[in-house]
Design a protein around this ligand. Sequence first.
Ligand SMILES: Cc1ncc(COP(=O)(O)O)c(C=O)c1O
Length: 484
Amino acid sequence: MDSPLLPLYMQLADRMARSVRAGTLKRGDRLPSVRELASQHGVSLSTAVQAYRWLEDARLIEARPRSGYFVAARPPRLPEPQVSRPDTASRMVQLDQLGAQVMALSHDPDFVSFGAACPGPELFDQDRVRRAMARAVMRHRDLLCTYPIGPGMEETRRAVARHALGLGCVLNPDQVVMTNSALEAISLCLRTVCKPGDVVALESPTYYGFLEILQSLHLRALEIPTHPRHGMSLDALQLAFETQQVKAVLSVPTLSNPLGACMPVPERRRLAAMLSRHDVALVEDVLYNDLAEQEDKRRAVKSFDTTGHVMICGSFSKTIAPGLRMGWVEAGRWGPTLRQMKAVQSGAQTSVLELALADLLTQAGGGAALRNLRATIATRVDQARQLIAESFPKGTRVSDPAGGFILWVELPESLDAAQLYEACLAENIVIAPGLMFSASPRFRHCVRLGVGGKWGPEHPRALRRIGSLAKALLATPRDGELAA
Ligand SMILES: Cc1ncc(COP(=O)(O)O)c(C=O)c1O
């Protein structure tokens, strides 16, 4: 069924995607030309072009020079997760201990972990990081014994502004504020624009850490329907703007966590215009932008912001060195207030860490390190998807993110992922149950698998085992069913 929440070109792309997945359109089949597609479906040429672009981005079709469009050689083996349908009402966030437990166990060496969304140290160019750190300490000998003040070292803020050019953003280094992490930056943004009880719109499912922030600030979560590849539905968001007092949108337009969705570039432009029309702030988390496989997906919504409604937040935890705990924010029209709040909340960062980061962002070798990282995790994600296709129960759906190391797995609806989590724990395997990723009890049958951490022969084995445990749980009658 086509979703009325999606623009026409996405509906067309979705219909074709289903034909590819169902095998109606086979690998290598030639597809109609753009003109033929437009006339077959009664849509404009630009809608047909956009639909093909979508399918290309999703790696379902490929354009061959001077030959036209063809079904891609590697169609995904499993269907993708469904578009989410959260409640239209906002709610206060009340988390239990599950998330904290998953995070703690994910770092326990006795467990084979898919619980955290953290790349392991071996994925980074650690020598490069060590050298940058040593240079920062040696070149600035007084710094460790000098009290740091202000929004960050000028050199670092300039390096961050230069980095943001790669996201399509021209930032003034004077407006950049360095923070202890992306989470600190996001929390500062929300504190700047919201007061307790205000409504914040987010993707559904959303990152567990965002829910923790909302809970601690007493903010209401309004989950917006989200497409597994294209991200938050802007039609649904528009409706929310018209019917509720939305104070801020908190979004990860590139490689959202946990879906791995990427908002299309025209939608990013549209979102920026909507924010300024409705005078709503966007807290844009660009943490994963550098991991996107295609360059256009790295472009930030901030690059379309002409009215200062986008507060862009980033860090280098997933791309350069998680241990630096270094983030940044450019808060648009709310810059002065945020800067003051940051000074009061936690003062400045450790200067040598900031200088090491500036070094890492400007010295040669950063691009190559990132390319290696993207390639390694892409191979892992492919391997994990293959294992899931082979060993998880029939009816499983899995995301196919265009980068990053997170997979969102939708199991058959009768499976309780909390039970699967317990069964896995009993075998020293950690997964993140879907319940962690919503303020309401949704996604009970889903799990998030992070495949960026430590990776050895035990990991593929453990993935197969999760599949077997899921099958066994599905085959076991539940309490109510036994009585009946
Ligand atoms: C979407 C998203 N934002 C922020 C963070 C945390 O970033 P940082 O380590 O900079 O606090 C994470 C970590 O998993 C994340 O997935």
